[in-house]
Design a protein around this ligand. Structure first.
Ligand code: TXA
Ligand code: MG
Length: 355
């Protein structure tokens, strides 16, 4: 099998079906021994541990520097495995599983007592998803276990969409990473709460509220939670700063023409002050800028493509060592809602609305 070691962390190549089977077997063995293995999913790379093994799951929090009250998502390879983790399971969960699994939808359900508290951050609910990536599925099947896995980044850093991103953050801190190439979706799954009175999306993703509503014939709300409100967040993960590049990021919202003008003005101002100014723009507005620190996310007509490239772009700005990042905003509809949600988090409040 093609494998190498980076700072004590095994890297198992899984870029074709033969490698995939071998890598899944080797990585599954590590998981069964209580070790930590990062693996690709269609959304982002996850950092996995045997969900039944409390000590193994505790190591995830340590490796990532993750606050203990931020619960993990449990990954399964067969919908029926849900029954070992959650109870009661409403019909809506099975209907959604049928429509969206395998895929980027996480369901929050009342947990069974057998699920260790460390997995759920002490909550009475558990988050479960069945990923679509062939490497993730091969690994979950070979391990024959539910696998608790948050995104495989250091806490507060952008989620990893390649094995290199995982190694940048976690080499030497985890036992292995399975390299299945870049992730297709590039943003974390939609987290949907099915344990409350009403349907609520706790974190927007590639599966949209409209799609969920259509399947269930019921209204699906998206949680809006303001840090400043002092209220308890609907999901513990919401209260932590996420997806942050090293330089402060300013997000400009408005129509493309106003954005171009405002970005140009700010670029001039920052550059005149001697600041290395990163620009994160669309293919449509890119021709209006000249800068060696310009990254193009993709066409405005393809928000899914832009979403897939976002985290890599944020990490590239870190490599460039820019002092400040100016980012173009997009319409928050469809997948654009998830894209803007992550850009807003990366901005950490530095959002500028243009008329
Ligand atoms: O796409 C994804 O979901 C990726 C891949 C690896 O599957 N995983 C991921 O995990 O993004 P993580 O830990 O970075 O994000 C999990 C989110 C957090 O915001 C957490 O607070 C929320 O899900 N969550 C987990 N369990 C929950 C629960 N019982 N109730 C409410 N929110 C929960
Ligand atoms: Mg995460």
């Amino acid at each position: 099998m093609a494998e190498r070691k980076v700072a004590g962390t095994y890297v198992f190549e899984a870029k074709n079906p033969v490698e995939r089977t071998q890598a899944a077997k080797a990585a599954a063995k590590l998981l069964r021994q209580g070790k930590l293995v990062a693996f690709p999913t269609e959304t982002v790379y996850g950092l996995g541990a045997n969900a039944w093994d409390k000590a193994a799951v505790e190591k995830i929090f340590f490796a990532k520097g993750r606050p203990a009250d931020n619960p993990l998502i449990v990954h399964i390879s067969q919908p029926e495995q849900l029954e070992a983790l959650a109870s009661p399971i409403p019909d809506a969960a099975w209907l959604l599983a049928e429509h969206f699994w395998p895929g980027p939808l996480t369901l929050v359900l009342p947990k069974k007592p057998q699920v260790p508290d460390v997995v759920t951050g002490g909550l009475a609910t558990v988050a479960v998803r069945l990923p679509k990536h062939p490497v993730a599925l091969a690994l979950l099947e070979a391990a024959d276990l539910p696998v608790a896995a948050p995104s495989a980044n250091l806490s507060g850093r952008p989620s990893p969409t390649t094995a290199e991103h995982v190694l940048t953050d976690l080499a030497g801190r985890i036992d292995a990473v399975v390299d299945g190439g870049p992730c297709e979706v590039g943003l974390e799954s939609t987290v949907l709460n099915l344990s409350g009175e009403t349907l609520q999306i706790l974190r927007p993703g590639a599966v949209t509220a409209e799609e969920i509503s259509e399947v269930l014939g019921e209204k699906c709300a998206v949680a809006h939670w303001q840090e400043e409100s002092g209220a308890k967040p609907p999901s513990p993960g919401l209260k932590y700063l996420h997806y942050a590049p090293q330089a402060p990021l300013y997000l400009l919202r408005g129509d493309p023409k106003s954005i171009v003008k405002a970005l140009q003005e700010r670029q001039q101002k920052w550059e005149a002050a001697g600041k290395k100014t990163g620009l994160l723009v669309s293919a449509e507005t890119a021709p209006f800028f000249a800068s060696e620190y310009l990254l193009v996310l993709g066409s405005r007509t393809d928000p899914a493509g832009m979403a897939a490239r976002l985290y890599d772009a944020l990490r590239r700005f870190d490599h460039m060592g820019v002092d400040v990042i100016l980012a173009e905003g997009y319409p928050a509809t469809g997948v654009g809602l998830a894209l803007m949600n992550r850009l807003q988090k990366a901005a950490g409040g530095r959002v500028i609305d243009l008329e």
